[in-house]
Design a protein around this ligand. Sequence first.
Ligand SMILES: Nc1ncnc2c1ncn2[C@@H]1O[C@H](COP(=O)(O)OP(=O)(O)OP(=O)(O)O)[C@@H](O)[C@H]1O
Length: 381
Amino acid sequence: MPPPPCALCTTNRAAIVRPKDHSKLCKSCFITVFETEIHHTITSNNLFHRGERIAIGASGGKDSTVLASVLKTLNERYDYGVELTLLSIDEGIKGYRDDSLETVKRNATQYSMPLTILGYAELYGWTMDQVVSQVGKKGNCTYCGVFRRQALDRGAARLGIQHVVTGHNADDVAETVLMNLLRADLPRLSRTTSIITSTPSTSDTTNIQRSKPLKYAYEKEIVLYAHHKGLDYFSTECIYSPEAFRGSARALIKNLERVRPSAILDIVRSGEDMAALCGPAPAHAADDGGGGCGRTESSDIGGAVAPGLEVEITSATVQKRGKKGGVAYVAPRQGKGQVMGKCEVCGYLSSQRVCKACVLLEGLRKGRARRGVEIEGGEGG
Ligand SMILES: Nc1ncnc2c1ncn2[C@@H]1O[C@H](COP(=O)(O)OP(=O)(O)OP(=O)(O)O)[C@@H](O)[C@H]1O
């Protein structure tokens, strides 16, 4: 039996079953409808304004590649009048990020966008490979998420840009909503579900706004769009294992999607509604994270930390995790009325005397010194 006609144009044969609602569309209608929905998200939320410069957090993966491609298309089609640039953070993961950055470099040429790459090595003096060799694979995402958030802000500030867009999609947001629910952490919902969040000004950053134009786009549709547009993206997972709790939330969402495709958007909408009931979170509360897999990490021993959340993380909350060398956090609930200030060490936004990244860096330095002593002691004996 030949495929049915496209549900939209009714002329072409359907080639795609839309993951979001199972409608049968031809390739060209799917591409148009996908782009139109992103355009609607952008305009109905007033994400951009004419003359604005926007940095696209570009990892080379499917989401940020589709984001860059769609934003270029829409900026030209609807004359948003924004200036788009690619901003990549090199976490220093050999065999993963170095390869994906090659993709971003090609994207920069393909989309005629300038590209800036900023590395953890330069910013923090540590690559993720070095961090993992010190703390082990477990818990490493926490470091990565905290560092990435700051790195994107600092990168944007260096470029004189006040708006960073990331490729977080509906599946990502639904996962984070579920994780917050499972941790009984409703206060974080507001920033998790917000399409726009911002980092207030510090000496290093000037009110950097974050937004997620793909917030309502299904991951499966992003992959389909990338495929049918023939986009050049990097599809390998990070070589350091993803956080277990997020992985479980992801599996749950995928199972739900199988039996009820609307489940993903329903979870996102429910998160938004619950956040509205809870009221706005403090400006410095947890958000979507550093634009990466390290966002809203939890440790396997019950701690939780959300990158970008400069609260309650002090040296005292860093607990040693024994021989494996990982570090866990206990992030107490946010107190209302916390005042944002600057980290005494690096000047980044923090409600604590020392920001989370600097606490982590201090832990790493101490670990290194300790290991140095151990090695010396071992050699001596
Ligand atoms: N190294 C990076 N440099 C710049 N932006 C990044 C980087 N890592 C992640 N991001 C941003 O954060 C978003 C979410 O990152 P995450 O690690 O969850 O990857 P993802 O869902 O696989 O997305 P992608 O497919 O774009 O890699 C990305 O879409 C991108 O906008």
